[in-house]
Design a protein around this ligand. Sequence first.
Ligand code: SAM
Length: 236
Amino acid sequence: LACCQLDDKQIVTEYFNTVGFDRWRRIYSETEQVNRVQLDIRLGHAETVSKVLGMLDAAAIDWGQHTVCDAGCGVGSLAIPIAQRTPARLLAFDISAAMTEEARERAQRLLTPEQLARCEFRTADLESIQGADPVDTVCCIDVMIHYPAEQVEAMLSHLSKLARQRLVISFAPRTFYYVLLKRIGDFFPGPSKATRAYLHSEEKIRDILQRNGWRVQSEAFTATRFYFSKVLEAVR
Ligand code: SAM
């Protein structure tokens, strides 16, 4: 298992530093030209981000005293708007150095010096972030798609040790329809589909959250033609 986990991670890291970086940098942009499928994914993902921001807006949080961690931040699609609308301290990290660097550059372009001063962008593997310095809210959006089912429990337990108050996660739910869709996708892989996509049982995710001391406070689901993501906001 340790060997497979390493393999999966190496593949994901390599992908998001090379072809995946170029593909997702364009998808997670508002201005870059993308194809029809990528546009659909862009719009779906933007909906997920906006739903997560809505959940954070609705929470009774004293942002001035709050720390947020965006685990697997990509190009900063969630971290940057959080920094724009709250005075929270923010740690955004990603296993891909290329993604982290892009997030940092976008933040430098879009944030004021004050906002930027509260943010840290770091290249790091989720599992290497330790709970010595716990944060109040951990967000981990559209990252679990890179984790096989047997590694999700350890991943969520790890994030649970980091998060004091709130854990916001998203995943692609493993319903029959989507399993089928994924099979079709596997059968006709597009040229830039270089990583495996893992779907997850919502029941199992909820069970893991509960066993780690969480209560699901709110949820959201976004489905477009080529993108689907379930968000769960869990609190202590
Ligand atoms: N969360 C971002 C968002 O929603 O805009 C990015 C989502 S993107 C589909 C998945 C990201 O997770 C990639 O940038 C990838 O490098 C990162 N990732 C995957 N496994 C990771 C790990 N073990 N630790 C940190 N980041 C990871």
